[in-house]
Design a protein around this ligand. Sequence first.
Ligand SMILES: [Zn+2]
Length: 248
Amino acid sequence: MDALIARAINDLAPARRAVALTGAGISIDSGIPPFRGPGGLWERFDPMEIAHIDSFMRNPAKVWKVLVKDLKDVIDAARPNDGHCGLARLEQLGILTSVITQNIDGLHQMAGNTDVIEFHGTFAWQRCMQCDRRIATSKVDASRLPPRCACSGILRPDAVFFGEMIPPVALWRSQEVAARCDVMLVVGTSAVVQPAASMPVIAKEAGAVVIEINPEPTALTGGISDYLIQGKAGDVMNRIVAGLEAKR
Ligand SMILES: [Zn+2]
């Protein structure tokens, strides 16, 4: 592991257009449960039943009650952890330009990254279904469900429900930054779900070094990623950032 940390520091030190691709694994230490996998939200709920846009349209109060309100409480309380803060520090150091994330928790922005591309939109904001006005989720009064905008329109998460498209701007921007990055850090995601899965491939084909930081090997390991640093995102990022700062 020490040798791989040193290798990552050497690869990142000269980088100027590094990009991170992140997933649920980076936010677990912030208290945000993953949607998929053991202990995930989708073990408790059938996503097609409760997180499909058709369910929301049919009965927004019910979806707010069983899913959105809980998620709001969890995300309102969440703060960035060392994994998020490490990526923000890489941006401050002039090494990393962008974060592509599958998460909807808004924690990369809270940590200080300025170019965050969100495949699945964001739960940090709600959008009025009538006038399109956006309201910070933390400012939404969820005592009456579904919460409504001043115009009386129903508020919905500004995130992508099942049955909805990935925002096209997020898709083309992520392809663009992946194609011109010098290093891609894959953090806390097995990147099996499209379109996230294609980003490390685009980066690799463009000649970037692909570094994976995950607790376990993934389908990327040994093929697409140049190497895997096995561990928790926060611990690994702390060591990498400390090494880069020591080089200055
Ligand atoms: Zn409105």
